[in-house]
Design a protein around this ligand. Structure first.
Ligand code: GDP
Length: 300
């Protein structure tokens, strides 16, 4: 995994590069992670994309809870944005992208036709935070390997248009944006899905937060995977979560000398299972959790 260290200079440069590219395109395709659509969203995205027409893709939908993904689609629809679940690896949902892009631009295209103009291909730029699947999607749309994964912001090279089928053309390098940093929960959620290097946040803290969220939202999946009889419901106390982690560690043989559970190893087990979809299809954010979290947080 590539980890970009975002400093203010990088952010300014990334923003400027995307805004330069906006002049060349008709529509921005914003790639989010279906499991954490808000945490995987750049905090300044509306400001950066200005009034460019937009299509939101909820990528890695294969790993997300389909019922929650439907809630997210409704959430975006409420602000006039079409959001489409996709799996960039298998290509599920990807074929509909050119038509969806045209649909988002239909008023402009219809106006061109009324004026007797022959509408040209729709031109798009894919934007998103690192590891959300931009390069995988570009390769999928292009039907060949074109984009080097992990392009760094600030590295300039000649722009090329890639034919993505159905009158859609893409810029070959995606716009790389930074995630939200000022919210601890966002960091833990991104780390839980493996979008932030395990070197940045402590594995045990990341797994602890993930387990707390999972025991509140997917207790059944946890019970099944680790053959647990009980998991704490609702807002669990810290010691209750550590208790579950210990039980998991014991089941999985994560022991250290003396026979106690090695919590770091147990944490790795949980994170590996979560990231690999072994627990089942899981979403760590729902539109309602986001609202509740905002309301619950002190405003001062
Ligand atoms: P980028 O940094 O945004 O260009 O992200 P990459 O395209 O390099 O993808 C990051 C990781 O996510 C890679 O390991 C991909 O195989 C994986 N990935 C991308 N899209 C999907 C998807 O739809 N489903 C799953 N399960 N994995 C995906």
């Amino acid at each position: 995994m590539t980890t970009i260290q975002w400093f203010p200079g990088h952010m300014t440069r990334a923003r400027r590069q995307i805004q330069e590219k906006l002049k060349l395109i008709d529509i921005a395709i914003e790639l989010l992670d279906a499991r954490v659509p808000l945490s995987s969203r750049n905090p300044m995205i509306d400001d950066i994309l200005m009034n460019k027409p937009r299509l939101v893709l909820l990528n890695k939908a294969d790993l997300a809870d389909p019922a929650v993904t439907r809630e997210w689609i409704a959430y975006f629809a409420a602000s006039g944005i079409e959001a489409v679940p996709i799996d960039a690896v298998t290509g599920e949902g990807v074929r509909s992208i050119p038509d969806r892009a045209k649909h988002a631009l239909r008023e402009k295209i219809e106006a061109q036709i009324r004026k007797g103009m022959n509408p040209r291909s729709v031109r798009a730029l894919i934007v998103g935070i690192p590891n959300v699947g931009k390069s995988t999607l570009i390769n999928r749309l292009a039907g060949k390997h074109v984009a080097a994964t992990g392009d760094k912001p600030g590295v300039t090279k000649g722009q090329q248009w890639i034919k993505a089928g159905g009158d859609l053309e893409l810029l070959d390098t995606p716009g790389i944006l930074w995630p939200k940093f000022d919210d601890e929960l966002v960091g833990y959620r991104l780390a839980a899905i493996g979008s932030i290097s395990d070197l940045i946040l402590h594995v045990e803290d990341v797994a602890f937060h993930a387990l707390r969220s999972l025991s509140a939202t997917y207790p059944q999946l946890l019970k099944q995977r680790y053959e647990l009889e009980e998991v704490p419901a609702g807002e669990a106390e810290a010691h209750e979560i550590v208790d579950v982690m210990e039980k998991i560690g014991r089941k999985r043989g994560c022991l250290q000398s003396g026979g106690s559970v090695n919590l770091e190893k147990a944490s790795m087990v949980v994170l590996r299972d979560l990231r690999g979809g072994k627990l089942g299809r899981i979403s760590l954010e729902r539109p309602v959790t986001v609202t509740e979290a905002k309301e619950a947080r002190p405003t001062s």
